[in-house]
Design a protein. Structure first.
Length: 176
């Protein structure tokens, strides 16, 4: 979706003091965007399906070695698993397995799992960087503060200006 370097460039952050926090925030914001937009941004033309895929730690393991079609830095979305459906970024590809940016629940092969390549629109980068920047600038645990005539409240909700920038990427959600 976005790299740490891209977030820092957009937010004009030159020091390395917040690098770990930015790395941690990117998958959290990515998952929020997917849920908020009701859009997984799947590339229906690029996917791999197998019933020999299992999960262990941060690894996706395939008995057919079909995961070699994926590459480092690629965004993927897993469907059909019992506990590991969701968005991931490929960190390493080797020997019939890929490492991802998140830990997974142990799951053995047997179910038909599909792994899609994800293509996020370039326009999302500004919104995602602003969401990461918003989180970096929050004062954790303070709900309100008053000093004399001065009063301020902090909210952990994203501002409407950021959420409105996600509007073009939202898909309609039908509720029965």
């Amino acid at each position: 979706m976005i790299t740490r370097a891209e977030v820092k460039n957009i937010l004009q952050i030159s020091d390395t003091g917040k690098d770990d926090t930015i790395e941690t925030m990117i998958p959290i914001v990515r998952d929020f965007v997917i849920g908020y937009c009701n859009n997984k941004f799947l590339n229906d033309n690029k996917y791999y399906t197998s019933n020999l895929i299992g999960f262990y730690g941060d690894k996706v393991i395939d008995g057919n070695s079909g995961l070699a079609t994926f590459s480092v830095g690629m965004n993927i979305y897993i469907t059909g698993s019992d506990n590991n459906d969701g968005a991931y970024t490929v960190k390493q590809v080797a020997d019939g397995s890929i490492r991802t940016d998140k830990q997974m629940t142990l799951e053995t092969a047997g179910e038909s799992i599909t792994i899609y390549q994800v293509q996020y629109p370039e326009g999302l980068k500004l919104a995602v960087a602003n969401m990461v920047g918003f989180q970096l600038n929050q004062t954790q645990g303070v709900t309100s503060e008053s000093i004399g005539d001065y009063s301020v409240s902090y909210s952990m909700n994203y501002p409407d200006s950021i959420l409105q920038s996600l509007r073009p990427y939202k898909k309609v959600k039908f509720v029965w």
